[in-house]
Design a protein around this ligand. Structure first.
Ligand SMILES: Nc1ncnc2c1ncn2[C@@H]1O[C@H](COP(=O)(O)OP(=O)(O)OP(=O)(O)O)[C@@H](O)[C@H]1O
Length: 544
C-alpha cells in the first residue's frame, strides 16, 4: 500500500502517512498520525538503498541533544518496510519559507535579531552536549507550532558530529579535510574555502553569514548566481566568499553584525565561544533600536515603529572612510577653534585588511548537494538604502567625538570635564553606543587630564598595527568575557562614587578603557553608561 501521492508506503509501523512536508537530498518528511494514540508527528523517511543514509546518523544525535529549548523531540525511530524512519515533533515553517513568502528579498531587523538570539542559544545547547550542527542554513531553522510558535527549532542533524572524542574526552583535532560537508551559502570560510575541520566557531560563523544574508537586499554576494553547476563555478564562489571583507559584507548594517562575524573568524579551533555575550549584544541592539524584547520570534513581523526605523538607519555603519577622507576630516577639525586648545592627536586611518592567503587545493564537495535548500532565487542587487544617510551619520558621530576629545585635552577644572563626560554620554546615546576609535580618543583625553595633563599616557585602545605586531611577537591577550565585563563594570560603577581624587578616577577610566579594548563587543552596556554617569557626578563634587 502506498501513501497515494508517491511510492512511499501508507503506513510505517503504527504511523499513517499524511501529506509530504518537504523533501531533501536524503529523503522525504511527512506529516503522520499514530493510529493508536492519535499523536501527530513529522516522519522523516529514507529508503535503505539511499546513497546518503543520514537518518542513521540523526538517530545517534537526537538522544544527545534532547531536553534543550528548540530541540525537536524524537518519539520513535527504526527500520521498517525497507525504510529508515524518524518520528519527531511536528514543527512549522522554516525561515527559508517565511523569508521567501515575504517576497522582499530582505528580512526585517526585528526578526533577524530574534533569529540571532535564539539560534545562538540553540548552538550553545548543542555544543554544551558535545555536538556540532555543521549545516546551519535557512531551511534548518523552523518555528514551532502553537503554543510554541515564538520558538525557533533546529532540524536536520544529518551532518552533525561530536567534537569531543568520547574515548579521550578531548576536543577533536584539526586537519585538512578531503570532503566538504556543509552548504554553499553559509559554511564558514575555514571549512568551505580552506578545507579545515569544523568546530564550534564554524557553526557560529554560518549563523553570522545567514543573518547578514537575510538583512542584505539581494543576499550575500556569492549567492546571487544560484548554486554552482560545475567545479569552476564552485571555485569562483569559494574565492568570492574567502575574499569579501566583513566590512564590505556588512555595509549598511549595524556594527554588531560585523563585530560578530569578526569574532567568529577570530576564534581558535578549540575555543569555546562566549554565547551569552552575543545573545546580550543582539538583545541590546534591539533595545537601542527601541524594540521590546526581541527574543520571541513573531511572525508575521510586527511593523517596525517609525522611531526604530530611523534609529536603524542611524546605527547602520558607513562605508569605510578612505585614508584621505579621514585625514581631511581630521584637518577640518584641527582648524576648528576649540577654546584655543591643542588639536587631538590624529589616529592614523586603518589600512584595508590585507587579502587572505591563497586557498587550499580545491576538493570535491561530496555532500554539497544538500545545499539545495540554500538555493535562494537570485534577486536583483539593490544598493543598501541606508548607505548615504549613514555616511553622514557616522561622520557626525566621529566628528562629534573627536571634537569632544579635543575639548577634553584643553579643559580646565573638574566642572568642565564633568560637562564633557555628559556630552560624551549624550553623543553615544544618540548616535550609537559602540565605542569607536574616536570614543577611545575621548577616554584617552579624559584619562590624561585626570592623571596629569603634563605626562604622556599610553592610548587605551590597541591599534590595528599594534595588534598585528603583538600577534607576531607574543600570544594574543585573552578576551574579556561577558561575565567578566559585567562584574568589572559593576565594581567600577559602585566604586566611582567613592573615588578619593582625580588620580583614583583616572585609574578607573583607564581600567574601563582597557577592558573595553580587550572585549570584542565594543558597545557600551547599561552598566558602562552608568559608570560614565558616575564619573560625571563624581567630577562635579570632587575638587581637583
Ligand atoms: N519536524 C518537522 N516538522 C515539519 N516539517 C519538517 C520537519 N522536519 C523537516 N521538515 C520539512 O521537511 C524538509 C526536509 O527536512 P530535513 O531538512 O530534515 O531533510 P533532509 O533530507 O536532511 O533535507 P536537506 O537535504 O534539504 O538537508 C524541511 O525543509 C522541512 O520543510
Amino acid at each position: 500500500m502506498t501513501s497515494g501521492t508517491s511510492s512511499f508506503p501508507r503506513f510505517i509501523g503504527n504511523y499513517e502517512l499524511g501529506p509530504r512536508l518537504g523533501s531533501g537530498v536524503s529523503g522525504s518528511t511527512f506529516r503522520a498520525t499514530h493510529i493508536h494514540t492519535g499523536q501527530v508527528v513529522a516522519l522523516k523517511l529514507q529508503h535503505l538503498s539511499l546513497y546518503y543514509p543520514t537518518n542513521s546518523y540523526e538517530r545517534a544525535v537526537y538522544p544527545l541533544i534532547q531536553g534543550g529549548e528548540g530541540m525537536p523531540r524524537l518519539w520513535a525511530s527504526g527500520v521498517l518496510n525497507g525504510y529508515d524512519y524518524l518520528a519527531i515533533d511536528l514543527l512549522g515553517a522554516s525561515i527559508d519559507n517565511m523569508y521567501r513568502s515575504m517576497g522582499k528579498g530582505v528580512l526585517d531587523i526585528r526578526s533577524a535579531l530574534s533569529i540571532a538570539v535564539q539560534m545562538i542559544a540553540r548552538l550553545e545547547h548543542m555544543h554544551s552536549r558535545g555536538v556540532l550542527h555543521r549545516d546551519i542554513q535557512l531551511g534548518n531553522a523552523v518555528v514551532g507550532l502553537a503554543p510554541n510558535d515564538k520558538t525557533l527549532y533546529v532540524i536536520d542533524f544529518g551532518f552533525s558530529k561530536k567534537y569531543i572524542n568520547p574515548k579521550t574526552n578531548k576536543h577533536i583535532t584539526s586537519r585538512t579535510e578531503s570532503d566538504f560537508i556543509g552548504n554553499y551559502w553559509f559554511s564558514s570560510v575555514n571549512v568551505h574555502c580552506r578545507s579545515k575541520t569544523c568546530s564550534r566557531r564554524d557553526d557560529l560563523e554560518a549563523l553570522a553569514l545567514m543573518l547578514i544574508h537575510l538583512l542584505t537586499p539581494g543576499g550575500l554576494p556569492w549567492t546571487r548566481n544560484g548554486i554552482p553547476r560545475d567545479d569552476e563555478a564552485h571555485e569562483r564562489l569559494k574565492r568570492e566568499k574567502r575574499d569579501t571583507l566583513p566590512e564590505d559584507l556588512c555595509r549598511g548594517l549595524p556594527e554588531t553584525f560585523q563585530n560578530f562575524l569578526h569574532y567568529c573568524r577570530g576564534l581558535k579551533f578549540t575555543q569555546q565561544p562566549d554565547y551569552q555575550m552575543w545573545i546580550e549584544e543582539f538583545r541590546e541592539l534591539g533595545e537601542e533600536l527601541g524594540l521590546e524584547d526581541v527574543t520571541p520570534f513573531l511572525w508575521p513581523p510586527p511593523p517596525l515603529p517609525a522611531q526604530s526605523a530611523e534609529l536603524y538607519s542611524k546605527r547602520a555603519q558607513a562605508p569605510r572612510a578612505s585614508t584621505s577622507e579621514i585625514d581631511n576630516m581630521l584637518k577640518d577639525l584641527a582648524r576648528l577653534n576649540l577654546n584655543g586648545g591643542p588639536a587631538a592627536p590624529a589616529q592614523p586611518a586603518q589600512p584595508a585588511t590585507p587579502a587572505q592567503p591563497a586557498p587550499a587545493a580545491p576538493t570535491r564537495p561530496v555532500l554539497a548537494e544538500k545545499a539545495n535548500n540554500a538555493n535562494i532565487a537570485p534577486a536583483a542587487p539593490t544598493p543598501a538604502p541606508a548607505a548615504l544617510s549613514v555616511r553622514s551619520g557616522r561622520h557626525t558621530k566621529a566628528a562629534r567625538l573627536l571634537r569632544l576629545a579635543q575639548q577634553t585635552e584643553a579643559a580646565v577644572g573638574n566642572p568642565q570635564l564633568a560637562a564633557l563626560v555628559h556630552a560624551f554620554r549624550e553623543t553615544l546615546a544618540s548616535t550609537g553606543r559602540t565605542l569607536t576609535k574616536e570614543g577611545f580618543a575621548f577616554l584617552d583625553g579624559l584619562h590624561k587630564q585626570l592623571a596629569d595633563p603634563d605626562i604622556f599616557v599610553f592610548p587605551l585602545r590597541t591599534s590595528q598595527a599594534q595588534r598585528q605586531r603583538l600577534s607576531r611577537d607574543q600570544p594574543r591577550p585573552r578576551e574579556v568575557t561577558a561575565e567578566e565585563r559585567r562584574s568589572r563594570l559593576c565594581q567600577l560603577r559602585t566604586g566611582v562614587a567613592h573615588a578619593q581624587n582625580n588620580r583614583a578616577l583616572a585609574k578607573m577610566v583607564s581600567d574601563f578603557g582597557r577592558m573595553m579594548d580587550q572585549s570584542t563587543a565594543k558597545r557600551l552596556t547599561k552598566d558602562g553608561l552608568a559608570f560614565l554617569e558616575g564619573v560625571e557626578e563624581r567630577l562635579r563634587t570632587l575638587h581637583a
